[in-house]
Design a binder for this molecule. Structure first.
Ligand code: APR
Length: 234
């Protein structure tokens, strides 16, 4: 159903969400200063990641890379059987790591298969390090493969049980650290946090403004011109 494929131009950036009053500044002062460069490349949407026409989508896979349920199942279903055939050549993937394949029948060119941790409260410090590693490794693979637009599913927050609020904070902190280092932000046109469950939507809407605060002109600007409104119904 090509009709529900979404292109990058249809996905608003944080700057556009702030200007369109679709994302509000954080009530808690954060430690990060506002960055136009970051707010112009970051996006958050609630959508089916298999419908995004971007350079790469990040799958929440398992260590066997044999497909499964959740977003893994949706991606394999949409990509077709060639995806599983290529996954079988990869000899699995360790938790906290990621591997890349082609996207086949997906609108996305590539799939980055990241393996998140299975959550257990008593090991949360170790598991947070593994979750952070999934995003860092996925971004490193994106840079190595010249993927300039990447969409992340919310790794580990489904079957693997990672609490949504804790996951969102770790993810946004880790992605921010990566982008603020080695001029990495200039290597991307867009990084999209693609939520699916309402709990993840709420977590990202709450913590995006904390880790990526708005530029003053994006919240004081009363003249929100039509193109800054996210007019694609998000
Ligand atoms: N598009 C975007 N996000 C989706 C989609 C979709 N079509 N379907 C599910 N999600 C979201 C879930 O709502 C959750 O927020 O992906 C996130 C990750 O959830 P899971 O897919 O359950 O993955 P995870 O929690 O990392 O568990 C991985 O589940 O499916 C198996 O093979 C997979 O064994 C692995 C385990």
């Amino acid at each position: 159903m090509a009709s529900n494929i979404v292109t990058l131009a249809q996905i608003p950036t944080l700057t556009q969400l702030y200007r369109g009053r679709l994302l509000s500044p954080s009530q808690q002062p954060g430690s990060n200063s506002p960055s136009k460069a970051l707010n112009d490349i970051l996006s958050h949407i609630q959508y089916d990641i298999t419908r995004l026409q971007v350079d790469g989508i990040v799958n929440a896979a398992n260590q066997w890379l044999q497909g499964g349920g959740g977003v893994d199942g949706a991606i394999h279903h949409a990509a077709g059987s060639q995806l599983l055939a290529e996954c079988r050549t990869l000899d699995g993937c360790n938790t906290g790591d990621a591997k890349i394949t082609n996207g086949y029948n997906l609108p996305a060119a590539k799939v980055i298969h990241a393996v998140g941790p299975i959550y257990e409260e008593r090991y949360h410090l170790t598991l947070e390090r593994l979750l952070r590693s999934c995003y860092r490794r996925s971004l490193q693979l994106a840079v190595e493969n010249n993927l300039r637009s990447v969409a992340f599913s919310a790794i580990s927050t489904g079957v693997y049980g990672y609490p949504n609020l804790e996951a969102a904070q770790a993810v946004l902190d880790e992605v921010g650290k990566f982008l603020r280092k080695d001029d990495n932000a200039s290597k991307f046109d867009r990084i999209i946090f693609c939520s699916f469950m309402p709990a993840d939507v709420e977590a990202y809407q709450r913590f995006l403004p904390f880790y990526f605060p708005p530029m003053p002109e994006d919240i004081g600007n009363a003249n929100t011109s039509p193109e800054t409104k996210a007019d694609n119904g998000w």
